[in-house]
Ligand binder design. Structure first.
Ligand SMILES: Nc1ncnc2c1ncn2[C@@H]1O[C@H](COP(=O)(O)OP(=O)(O)O)[C@@H](O)[C@H]1O
Ligand code: SF4
Ligand SMILES: [Mg+2]
Length: 343
């Protein structure tokens, strides 16, 4: 496979986070004895950067590898290959708990606010824990900092003594955000942070995240299977399919002129009454489910569902390559809306 080009709008030297050729292969087991018979290529050669203060959106169907990427970035999962650099430091195989800078500056908010909080800890204890462990705070200084954090996420002082079970999903997600903010992070990985919440609550949490980003200069990796939510949050968007990024572009370009047939199909699947999105042209229905990363098709991984496929798509793997004006990167032999001259 040819080397992918560095990612577009953020120069690698300025990137707060730089992910290169990142891979995660899980052992594929089969038969009665559960012998290893191959590999599940959950993430298969992913490159992207995130600049200081930027939100990169990562979008794709369930099972395409988004959470595997987020867990590798925050050190909960070790990569099979490739590299992750944070603020110029190679953190690919660094144990996070042994590095104070990483513990402080790189945080994650998980999808499920019901299982990500310890039910036996009060809200005060939950938010205070990282401050006690990493900053050695105690007494009034600790109390003041926790109350400031609770106020920043829209919770009140009297919430501090309660337990997670006494809160709604949206409030629990606020608590998770307060905990993630405790050590003044620079980058927060938000892995489907509103997907488990009622639609009516989602906008409140998204707006809170936007406000916190403005006030604190945070960078976000914002992950969702929902393209309209990603569009609301991210200035630049990477579209994933079966363990790979198939298109990266700034938000306006991606929505006005999607170049990858999969991006085009995702866009047309957004309901026409969606408040965030202008729907483009005819609807394109994707045929069938995404193939399994345990048995990816040869050639372009999208060819079995692609309305644009040609015979060589079943043979040749397309690499993510810079294409056209405005600039974007596309992994497709026959991209849409990119004229031959631009290619
Ligand atoms: N521990 C594991 N062992 C084997 N396969 C896994 C494991 N974790 C995830 N996978 C597989 O990796 C693929 C990507 O999963 P995931 O990263 O959770 O996707 P997403 O977050 O986009 O829904 C899926 O096919 C999933 O079944
Ligand atoms: S390479 Fe071929 S099959 Fe793959 S997305 Fe492009 S046109 Fe479709
Ligand atoms: Mg996930």
């Amino acid at each position: 496979m040819a080397q992918a080009q560095p990612t577009e709008t953020v120069h690698p030297a300025q990137a707060l986070l730089r992910v290169e050729n990142l891979r995660k292969y899980y052992p594929k087991r089969s038969g009665l004895l559960q012998r290893v018979t191959g590999a599940v290529k959950a993430v298969d050669g992913v490159d992207f950067t995130i600049g200081e203060g930027e939100t990169l959106g990562l979008v794709g169907e369930s099972g395409c590898g988004k959470s595997t990427i987020s867990s590798m970035i925050v050190g909960l999962n070790s990569p099979t290959g490739g590299s992750i650099h944070f603020d110029g430091l190679d953190i690919t195989n660094l144990k996070r708990q042994h590095n104070g800078k990483l513990c402080r500056e790189l945080q994650i908010v998980f999808q499920d606010p019901y299982s990500s909080l310890n039910p036996r800890m009060t809200i005060f204890e939950t938010v205070a824990e990282p401050l006690v462990i990493h900053e050695g705070l105690a007494g009034t200084a600790l109390r003041d900092r926790v109350m400031t954090l609770l106020a920043q996420v829209g919770l009140r002082d009297e919430h501090a003594g309660r337990y997670p079970s006494q809160f709604s999903g949206g409030q629990r997600q606020r608590i998770g955000i307060a905990r993630a903010l405790a050590l003044n992070p620079r980058l927060i990985v938000l892995d489907e942070p509103v997907s488990a919440l009622d639609v009516s609550i989602q906008a409140q949490i998204l707006n809170l995240l936007k406000k916190l980003q403005r006030d604190l200069g945070l960078s976000y990796l914002f992950i969702s299977h929902n393209l309209s939510v990603v569009r609301y949050m991210a200035t630049r968007i990477a579209v994933m399919y079966l363990g790979r990024i198939v298109e990266v572009a700034d938000r306006e370009t991606l929505f006005a002129q999607p170049a990858h047939p999969y991006t085009r199909a995702l866009l047309s699947s957004i309901p026409s009454d969606d408040p965030f999105v202008r729907v483009l042209g005819d609807r394109i229905k994707l045929a069938g489910d995404a193939p399994s990363p345990a048995a990816p098709p040869p050639g372009c991984p999208f060819h079995v569902r692609c309305f644009q496929a040609q015979p060589n798509c079943a043979v040749q793997v397309p690499d993510l390559t810079p294409r056209g004006t405005p600039a974007r990167e596309v992994a497709c032999h026959y991209p849409l809306t990119v004229s031959p001259k631009q290619q």
